[in-house]
Design a protein around this ligand. Structure first.
Ligand SMILES: Nc1ncnc2c1ncn2[C@@H]1O[C@H](COP(=O)(O)OP(=O)(O)OP(=O)(O)O)[C@@H](O)[C@H]1O
Ligand SMILES: [Mg+2]
Length: 390
């Protein structure tokens, strides 16, 4: 292998190596050393004081030997008249000991235990979140304690204000609780509807049907005027039975479970048009044969509520319902040509709210567009697979 000479060692014409000339350092005088030391200390101090975290350095016994501006400010603001309670010279382990059992005891024992072990060298670092509420503010802090390197030992403590994160976590928790509650309420409502529908259909309706048959038999036997009266009663009873059956289907569409969303929607739109005298034009594109029951029920309930609103509030003569697939989503658009309304002022009804909730709970999007005089348009996009199911 050929070795090349390093750049800085060149041969002179006489063959002797000449080292490159380096700038010679001037020896530092004591005063320039002191100035350099001062600058370095100022820099360290500046860095520590610029930190938003409350910083303190402890010696191996737990005595505070250094604090930063944020630590001192917090001490002044939170112990007016007694900021020295957590100042330089004070033993921080004693501060924790006196906090144990006091008003702000939560976490003090854990911090004391963690710090004691850390100062003894049993661990390198630990962190701990704790509440530190003031009379007019709820606050939380994160303590991060790290063992100082070097033979002298000691520790550096950082208290970071994590209130914003904690409040956000609280809001997320509230949101999650609300989501669970809403899901429970909607499921409970569906279960209740299913139970009443079954009772109406299999109980009451059966009895009314038997009554109609018996009235028919009586009419046959009676003859004359009484027979005509009985036939009339039988007809009314048949209509009543039909009415009960329709209510039962509206409460819980059994067709949805057994025949699928397309058949159930067609039946509902036909029954709606006949009952309300409003044209309900349904178009379905794509295969909706194997929908999960919760998705099918959601689509069905949205159409049902849109049609109910159109009949109750819009004065529309026609409603267009279009259901199609786009990728893994279902797109449902319901448009009426009625009087419309200010979509920002939805009033106290529950129909639109629960429609939106149903869709959101299944990970879908809900959009309502309406203005007075412009009709109403509702568009929902619903993922047909549960999130994470692939
Ligand atoms: N298609 C529509 N055309 C005109 N106004 C509508 C239409 N849909 C809803 N609205 C208006 O929005 C309001 C809120 O509707 P929503 O369905 O939430 O409640 P509701 O129908 O009044 O009562 P609920 O549905 O709880 O029985 C209605 O009261 C009505 O003023
Ligand atoms: Mg409504």
């Amino acid at each position: 292998m050929i070795k090349t000479k390093p750049d800085h060692a060149m041969a002179s014409p006489a063959g002797r190596k000449i080292a490159p000339s380096r700038p010679r350092k001037r020896p530092r005088t004591p005063s320039s050393l002191e100035a350099a030391l001062r600058r370095s200390e100022q820099l360290t101090r500046g860095i520590i004081d610029s930190l938003a975290a409350h910083v303190a350095v402890l010696d191996s016994e737990g005595r505070i030997v250094m604090t930063n501006d944020a630590w001192n400010r917090f001490a002044r603001e939170n112990s007016p008249g007694r900021p020295r309670r957590t100042g330089v010279g004070v033993n921080y382990l004693n501060v924790c000991r006196s906090a144990c059992g006091g008003e702000s005891a939560e976490g003090a024992e854990d911090i004391l235990g963690g710090l004691t072990r850390l100062l003894k060298g049993a661990r390198e670092s630990f962190s701990f979140e704790y509440p530190c509420h003031s009379p007019n503010e709820r606050r939380w802090f994160l303590l991060q304690a790290t063992r100082l390197r070097g033979p002298a030992g000691g520790a550096v403590l950082l208290h970071v204000n994590i209130t914003e994160r904690k409040l956000m976590e609280g809001k997320l928790l509230d949101h999650e609780r609300l989501r669970v509650l809403t899901t429970g309420l909607l499921n409970g409502q569906e279960e209740e509807r299913r139970r009443i529908a079954r009772e109406l259909h299999d109980g009451l309706n059966q009895q009314v049907a038997v009554l109609a048959i018996e009235l028919g038999m009586l009419a046959q036997k009676a003859g004359g005027e009484l027979s005509a009266g009985l036939r009339n009663l039988q007809q009314q009873t048949i209509e009543l039975s039909d009415h009960i059956r329709r209510i039962s289907h509206r409460l819980h569409p059994a067709a949805l479970e057994y025949l699928g969303i397309a058949v159930a929607l067609k039946a509902h739109c036909a029954e709606f048009s006949q009952r309300e005298g409003i044209r309900a034009d349904l178009s379905i594109e794509g295969d909706f044969g194997k929908l999960a029951p919760d998705r099918a029920l959601c689509l069905y309930r949205v159409v049902q509520e849109c049609l109910a609103n159109a009949a109750r509030h819009s004065g529309a003569r026609e409603v267009l319902i279009s259901l199609s697939r786009s990728g893994g989503d279902a797109d449902l658009v319901v448009i009426d040509n009625g009087r419309g309304f200010d979509a920002a002022q939805r009033g106290k009804g529950l129909g639109l709210v629960s429609m939106e909730e149903r869709v959101n709970l299944l990970g879908g999007c809900f959009e309502l567009r309406s203005e007075p005089g412009e009709g109403a348009r509702i568009h929902i996009r619903l993922p047909l697979e549960k999130e994470g199911a692939a």
